[in-house]
Design a protein around this ligand. Structure first.
Ligand code: UTP
Length: 297
């Protein structure tokens, strides 16, 4: 069985829900506490043993490449000023030379098309796919658990979580079959099912391990919902020849593609940071108190 060594990060979306913030800054560079969103996702992949990070980018996304590069004009002054802790932290997060690759999607034709753009960089091996919009919070990372399941099944893995049945029409939803190892067989997948038609309340949370045959399916460039080339459609086709397993992730997921989810992630991560948690919980309590209707005097 081939090891999962590479991860793909599709970062070519337009981020229209964050305009005007994303006019000049990619949404993946917006910060959760003091790290850009994309850093959390790359760290999750690294924790899962990923050795090569492939970014599918677009126009105005060059700063993502700079973020993962060495910056002598910053590192040297930090060293000279004795800020060794800060420097060590930056260096810990730094991919090694040759560990990153960047390609451009050129036209944002949908997630399936963005994944297809990574075909030559991935080659003939299984790969992890992490949507940077989704940020996870748990003891052990979602992708690390998925790699464990992959090592037992050797197939395609899709991470899922529960949502309210009434919300299922907003997501990609899987059908649940028999439990296998620490996961379950996926019996079907549907992108944004019509209300009342979802096969379960298990939504696809933006983490996948896929076999390279997905690229053959994506090659047809078939358009789906929203006239975009949809990854879910391609996975459904691949499912006729290969098994798909669900990994039931039990941690928290924040949808940082929407302002509400992004703000929630900021609060949740701030409350987990030992250096600022107490201050922030005081700030949040005071803000909530200020919102209470005043009792008439
Ligand atoms: P979204 O549709 O949520 O991202 O795609 P978006 O298009 O940037 O967001 P809005 O709706 O305009 O605010 C999910 C993921 O797929 C990537 C996005 O960058 C995001 O990580 N994506 C989507 C691409 O890389 N290319 C595409 O053509 C579409």
């Amino acid at each position: 069985m081939k090891k999962v060594r590479k991860a793909v990060f599709p970062v070519a979306g337009l981020g229209t829900r964050f305009l005007p913030a994303t006019k000049a800054i990619p949404k993946e560079m917006l910060t959760i506490v003091d790290r850009p969103v994309i850093q959390y996702v790359v760290d999750e992949a690294r924790e899962a043993g990923i050795e090569h990070f492939i970014f599918v980018t677009g126009r105005n996304k060059g700063v993502i490449e700079d973020h993962f590069d060495v910056q002598f004009e910053l590192y040297d002054p930090l060293a000279q000023r004795g800020k060794h802790d800060q420097l060590a932290r930056l260096q810990r997060l730094q991919p090694a030379p040759g560990q990153t690759s960047f390609t451009r999607q050129q036209v944002p034709l949908g997630l399936g098309h963005a994944v297809w753009c990574a075909r030559d960089l991935v080659g003939d091996e299984p790969f992890a796919l992490l949507l940077p919009d989704m940020i996870m919070q748990s003891e052990r990372s979602c992708m690390a658990g998925m790699v464990d399941l992959y090592e037992r099944t050797g197939s395609n893995i899709v991470a899922v979580q529960e949502c309210d049945a009434a919300e299922a029409h907003k997501y990609g939803i899987v059908g649940k079959g028999d439990d296998v190892h620490s996961g379950f067989r996926i019996t079907g997948m549907v992108e944004k099912p019509r209300p009342g038609t979802a096969p379960s309340n298990l939504f696809i949370n933006g983490r996948y391990i896929l076999q390279p045959e997905i690229f053959e399916v994506l090659e047809s460039h078939e358009r789906g919902a929203g006239d975009e080339i949809q990854l879910t459609d391609a996975m459904l086709k691949l499912q006729t020849r290969q098994a798909f397993y669900g990994y039931h992730y039990k941690g928290r997921t924040f949808d940082c593609g929407s302002p509400e989810g992004f703000i929630e992630a900021n609060v949740a991560f701030a409350l987990r940071r030992p250096d600022i948690a107490e201050t922030m919980s005081g700030v949040i309590s005071r803000l909530l108190e200020d919102m209470q209707p005043q009792a008439p005097s």
